[in-house]
Design a protein around this ligand. Structure first.
Ligand SMILES: Cc1ncc(COP(=O)(O)O)c(C=O)c1O
Length: 410
């Protein structure tokens, strides 16, 4: 969204204020052109030809969005059996889906086998039982390379204390299990965290997996996960995917030559593909001056965008209605009955009740982490596609809130 002649406009000249009038607030709006640009950018960054990008649909699993990524040629990264089901509904072939759960029960794995998707195992006990029921179903192994990566402790998942993956130090044990049960390991995987700043972290992780890969002669693919950082502010650091593509393509080719076969190189970005495409628009319900602070209060809260409260994420916040008014310093808060702060001491054009306030970078983990806390319905979702705005999820109602409840006689 950009300022054009002192007015915020979305791609194709679409007016966000009109969308808010038509669909109400709070409202999530996504731009398909930005998603496609990001998808093309990451695929173009790698010269290695056997590259496969799996969209991590946990970031935004609206069926229409998943169908877009399918249309552009992506596969899918799923972390629950329900994401797998959604992926199949969106038209992905089972073989294009990698199922990477964490602490899922055996029943979920059985279901995934039935559905025919690729399976990623991240715990030795699960591997030890694999041969009993699914000996002939090949697996991928999620390795924890013990790298401290990621922008916040809640999104750093490759370190020594992390619950994710099979420790690289347990490789001898894994090999004994694989050998004794005659399992077929077709993939190795790692995902060390989100918002990784330095390309070298990926390269170090890759080297660890390449070393491990030599012990598994039947590999088809190596999946280096995700963690690409996107910029949240002007001049913010972002993962240099072009540099990564250049350096990693060369290393991967060398590895494949030594391995004796060209494997598929996989990544599974979520944020990189959809973060920038999304906005959350909310209405200012009140401007409140206290003895120390001026608050902009909104008709939304951490029930709809939890990232700032959950892991301190930064979202640029603007006054969409009056972008040219003199900026003032505001703390922007939500309407939830707990501390619910989106941003402290932000320079925002002077706002009054009724103004529409816009949040950037709301495409990934925005709607998806939304809840009905305080019994408020979740927002509608609109997709800008081919120059038009399409409602792709209606706003919830109070009826939706009680739809799954069963009243008992009293
Ligand atoms: C296994 C796995 N793959 C991919 C992703 C996507 O990460 P990001 O949104 O940082 O690209 C995640 C995020 O948590 C993940 O857990």
């Amino acid at each position: 969204m950009e300022l054009v002649n002192n007015k915020y406009l979305l791609n194709g000249g679409i007016d966000p204020l009109e969308l808010c009038r038509e669909y109400g607030t709070p409202l999530y709006v996504y731009d398909a052109a930005v998603m496609e640009r990001q998808y093309r950018r990451i695929t173009a960054a790698f010269s290695y030809p056997k590259l496969r990008i799996h969209y991590a649909c946990k970031a935004l699993s609206n069926l229409t969005v998943m169908r877009l990524f399918k249309k552009w040629g992506a596969g899918l990264d799923c972390v629950s059996i329900q994401e797998v089901q959604l992926g199949l509904m969106a038209g992905f072939q089972p073989d294009d889906i990698l199922y990477t759960p964490n602490f899922a029960g055996a029943d979920e794995f059985d279901e995934a086998v039935k559905l025919g998707v690729k399976i990623n195992i991240d715990a030795i006990p699960m591997l030890e039982n694999w041969g009993l029921h699914h000996k002939n179903v090949p697996v991928c192994l999620r390795i924890n390379p013990h790298l401290m990566a990621g922008g916040h402790e809640n999104i750093s998942v490759g370190h020594i204390d992390s619950k994710f993956g099979i420790s690289i130090h347990q490789l001898p044990h894994v090999l004994r299990v694989v050998e004794s049960q005659g399992l077929r390991v077709e993939g190795l995987h790692m995902h060390t965290g989100s918002d990784i700043l330095d390309v070298d972290i990926f390269l170090r992780g890759a080297d660890i997996l390449f070393e491990a890969a030599r012990k598994f002669p039947e590999l088809q693919y190596i999946d280096l996960g995700s963690g690409f950082k996107v910029p949240y502010k002007p001049d913010d650091i972002e993962t240099d995917v072009e540099e990564l593509g250049e350096k990693l393509s060369a290393r991967f080719e060398t590895f494949c030559r030594e391995y004796g076969r060209d494997l598929t190189l996989m990544f599974e970005p979520g944020k990189f593909l959809v973060s920038e495409s999304g906005y959350l628009f909310a209405r200012c319900t009140l401007v409140k001056q206290t003895t120390s602070t001026v608050f902009i209060g909104l008709d939304t809260g951490f029930n709809h965008l939890i990232r700032p409260m959950f892991y301190g994420s930064y979202h640029k916040i603007v006054n969409v209605t009056e972008p040219t008014f003199k900026p003032r310093i505001y703390t922007v808060v939500g309407n939830i009955c707990e501390t619910d702060t989106f941003g402290i001491d932000r320079r925002i054009a002077e706002a009054v009740e009724g103004d529409i306030i816009g949040f950037y970078n709301a495409g990934a983990y925005g709607w998806m982490m939304a809840s009905n806390y305080n019994s408020r319905p979740r927002p509608a979702e609109v997709l800008l596609y081919n120059g038009k705005a399409h409602l792709i999820r209606r706003r919830e109602t109070v009826e939706d809130l009680v739809g799954t409840q069963i009243q008992i006689k009293m």
